[in-house]
Design a protein. Structure first.
Length: 178
């Protein structure tokens, strides 16, 4: 076992000699993702649900927008920061109810990798899309309803931002009120 640990340590140093990259934590994350995906596939098979040959375009668009919103909500929203707090440290607000956080505990591979995953909406999107896609197969009506609500919130976010930009443009230079 010590020989394996030494080889892994050498690989990590060769991969990123000037920066800490938690390769072991990434392996744990990938294993967890494979386990979740395998469990979803097993559940689909056990329940005898039909997997479509080709998803409907409307479902792909709906789940795409819902994935964007839920990933962003989980990774950046101030209200969901308690979920990230064991793995991240608050840095600063970044506007529109979102916060910037730094990954906590640079030393622990798994904790660091989870912190990166939970604070990155792009990284989290893979997990969210997998869950929503599994939900679409296992419980399509409920999943579409939840995805519709998330899509409506995403549309509202963009409208709120467009409204704020239009308001600033109408007020002219020198006005910073929202």
């Amino acid at each position: 076992m010590t020989d394996v640990k030494e080889k892994v340590a050498r690989l990590r140093r060769a991969y990123a000699p000037h920066e800490h990259r938690p390769l072991g934590g990434y392996l744990v994350s990938m294993g967890a993702y494979a386990a979740v995906t395998g469990a979803l596939a097993g559940l689909v098979k056990a329940t005898g649900q039909h997997v479509p040959d080709r998803p409907a375009t409307a479902d792909v668009v709906l789940l795409g927008i819902a994935t964007h919103k839920l990933s962003r909500l989980l990774a950046k929203d101030a209200v969901t920061s308690p979920l990230r707090a064991p793995f991240t440290r608050y840095d600063r607000p970044i506007g529109s109810g979102e916060v910037m956080e730094q990954v906590r505990d640079q030393g622990s591979g798994t904790r660091h990798a989870i912190g990166e995953l939970l604070s990155c909406p792009f990284c989290l999107a893979v997990w969210v899309a997998t869950g929503l896609t599994g939900g679409l197969v296992l419980s399509p009506r409920l999943t579409r309803l939840v995805a519709t609500a998330l899509t409506a919130v995403a549309a509202s976010d963009f409208l709120q931002m467009a409204y704020a930009m239009a308001q600033r443009a109408a007020e002219g230079p020198g006005h910073d009120d929202d």
